[in-house]
Design a protein around this ligand. Structure first.
Ligand code: GLN
Length: 247
């Protein structure tokens, strides 16, 4: 069911996040440990977004398994960033496999990822979709639950919601409309990362000047902490705060 991660802190190479750790995102793509709700590997594409200096994020997305991309190892070794969001995808049955369906989804400074599934898709959330501007629906990156979730979050951000409220409000609305959905969302602007834990695993590691959020810990470092279900995490390089998602 997809695996995602976010890093904020001193610049590191993408390789240090994607390839080097013993349980790196690449390893999690073919040997995940905690895939709740189905799926065995995350082979239906991947995406990496990073912030080069102060500019808008750059994305590299593909429909291929992350382990089979011939360009990625060199690209990852040569690319250094202080803010990164990356994901590997296990497509929900019936959803298309193409690069546009792979996270991160993006607008302006924002990068977004979803780990999970919307139950009863698409009928269960037809009412929520209908409340969006039609242009947003016509320009979805892909006809998938994750792309619609991004449109719902983005709509709230555009209306001025802070990122915490945009995620929490989207999770509440979708959970009401589609009970049993798994809604682990991850959003960053390169300075702060916000994540929800609703149906899937998430662990966090704060080291004082860097913070990592990941579906599964990347290594055995004792600083990793699992975030309980039904919670929301707000993280900056200086540390993190966890609070109940609320009802
Ligand atoms: N349901 C989403 C998709 O198919 C996310 C999948 C996941 O978490 N495995 O794109």
């Amino acid at each position: 069911m997809c695996r995602h991660l976010a890093y904020l802190g001193p610049p590191v190479s993408l390789r240090a996040l994607l390839f080097d750790p013993p349980h790196s995102l690449v390893r999690q793509s073919w040997a995940p440990r905690d895939m709740r709700g189905g799926g065995t590997v995350n082979a239906d594409g991947f995406g990496v977004g990073w912030y080069p200096g102060d500019g808008a994020p750059v994305r590299y997305r593909s429909a291929q398994p992350i382990w089979s991309d011939p360009a990625l190892p060199d690209l990852a070794a040569a690319t250094v960033a202080g803010a990164v969001l990356a994901a590997v995808r296990s497509a929900t049955v019936g959803m298309p496999v193409h690069a546009g369906a792979a996270a991160p989804f993006a607008e302006g400074a924002w990068l977004f990822s979803h780990n999970g599934v919307v139950r009863g898709w698409p009928d269960s959330v037809a009412g929520l979709a209908a409340a969006l501007p039609v242009q947003d629906l016509l320009t979805l990156d892909a006809p998938t639950d994750s792309a619609l979730l991004w449109a719902l979050v983005r709509h709230r951000l555009r209306a001025g919601a802070d990122p915490t409220e945009a995620l929490a409000d989207t999770v509440r609305a979708v959970a009401d409309a589609a009970p049993g959905s798994r809604l682990n969302l991850l959003l960053t602007d390169g300075r702060t990362a916000v994540a929800t834990v609703a149906g899937h695993a998430l662990s966090v590691r704060a080291d004082g000047d860097a913070v990592l959020l990941a579906s599964e810990p990347l290594d055995d470092h004792p600083a990793w902490r699992p975030v309980p279900d039904g919670h929301l995490v707000v993280a900056t390089p200086a540390g993190l705060r966890t609070s109940p998602l609320g009802g």
